[in-house]
Design a protein around this ligand. Structure first.
Ligand SMILES: CC(C)(COP(=O)(O)OP(=O)(O)OC[C@H]1O[C@@H](n2cnc3c(N)ncnc32)[C@H](O)[C@@H]1OP(=O)(O)O)[C@@H](O)C(=O)NCCC(=O)NCCS
Length: 123
C-alpha cells in the first residue's frame, strides 16, 4: 500500500477556465463535461482544483510525481452514481501503474472556497 496527498489553491484555476490548451492538457473530455456542468466560475474552479489535486495525490502515491510516466490527462476522475470520485487511467500512465504491485486506486477530494485537497491510496 502507498499513500499520496496534495493541496492546491482554487484561485490559481480561475484564470485557466477559458484556456482550452490548459484544459486539454490537464483534463479528459469527460472531466471537462463534468467540470462545466457548473456555470458558476467559483464552482468550476473548485472542481478543476479538486481534480488537479487528486491527479497530483495519485502521482505521489505512484512515487513519481507528475513526470514522463504520469500524464495529467491520462488520469480521469469522475463521480460514481453516489457522487464518490472514481479513477480511470489510460495510455502510458496505465502502463506504468501496471508495473507496480498495487492493483487498486482510491481517492478522496475535499474543498473550501480557497483550497482543494485530495488523498490517494493504492493497494
Ligand atoms: C510532486 C509533484 C506532484 C507536486 O509537487 P508540488 O505541488 O509542486 O508540491 P507539494 O507541496 O504538493 O509537494 C511537495 C512534496 O511532494 C513530495 N514528493 C516529491 N516527489 C515525490 C515523489 N516522487 N513521490 C511522492 N511524493 C513526492 C515531497 O514530500 C515534497 O515535499 P519536499 O519538497 O519538502 O520534499 C510534482 O510532480 C510536480 O511538480 N507537479 C506539478 C505539475 C504541474 O503543475 N504541472 C502543470 C501542468 S499544466
Amino acid at each position: 500500500m502507498k499513500i499520496g496527498t496534495d493541496i492546491v489553491e482554487v484561485k490559481r484555476f480561475k484564470k485557466h477556465i477559458v484556456n482550452k490548451n490548459f484544459l486539454n492538457k490537464v483534463f479528459t473530455e469527460k472531466e471537462q463535461e463534468h467540470i462545466f456542468l457548473f456555470k458558476n466560475e467559483q464552482k468550476i474552479a473548485e472542481r478543476m482544483a479538486g481534480k488537479f489535486a487528486a491527479k497530483e495525490a495519485i502521482s505521489k502515491a505512484f512515487g513519481t510525481g507528475i513526470s514522463d510516466d504520469i500524464v495529467l490527462n491520462e488520469i480521469e476522475i469522475l463521480p460514481d452514481e453516489k457522487g464518490a470520485p472514481k479513477v480511470k487511467i489510460y495510455g502510458k500512465t496505465k502502463k506504468f501503474f501496471e508495473k507496480l504491485k498495487e492493483k487498486n486506486i482510491e481517492i478522496s477530494i475535499s474543498n473550501t472556497t480557497n483550497y482543494a485537497q485530495s488523498s490517494c491510496i493504492i493497494f
